[in-house]
Design a protein around this ligand. Structure first.
Ligand SMILES: [Zn+2]
Length: 142
């Protein structure tokens, strides 16, 4: 900034403001504006791939494709095994209601083939006692 000291005041203010502006971070790419606004500088595109997110998107799309009105399976009765095209008193839940699709480094629910089987139940086969079993597990340990 010492290079501006000998300039007339009005010119100095202009160049100082220009220099300060060039030090500002670009709101788009977070580089100094002097870098990213330089037309002589080249930038090369790249892609970063998150394979976990890629699998989650694929599972989400497959599940959504199984549960459309056209497929007669947009709404279920709470069991995920009985579906209807239209919402009704007996089938009030949309396919995505309460559902979060995620990925893990191992198959956490091998019985739940929700991306391939329209009527796949989220309940584990040996978990048929449902809430009673959970209540027993949470009991006094005896
Ligand atoms: Zn920028």
């Amino acid at each position: 900034m010492a290079q501006f000291d000998r300039l007339p005041e009005s010119e100095r203010d202009y160049w100082l403001a220009d220099w300060q502006l060039s030090q500002v971070e670009c709101p788009d790419c977070h580089r100094p504006v002097a870098e990213c606004s330089d037309p002589a500088r080249r930038f090369y595109p790249f892609r970063r791939v998150c394979y976990a997110t890629m699998e989650r998107f694929a599972a989400d799309a497959a599940y959504s494709a199984l549960h459309t009105e056209e497929a007669g399976a947009a709404y279920h009765d709470g069991t995920f095994t009985s579906w209807a095209a239209k919402r009704s008193a007996s089938h009030p839940y949309s396919a995505m209601a309460g559902v979060t699709i995620g990925v893990a480094d191992r198959d956490l629910a091998p019985w739940d083939r929700f991306t391939k089987d329209r009527d796949a139940s989220p309940v584990a086969p040996d978990d048929s006692l449902g809430d009673r079993k959970e209540a027993d597990d949470a009991g006094d340990g005896g």
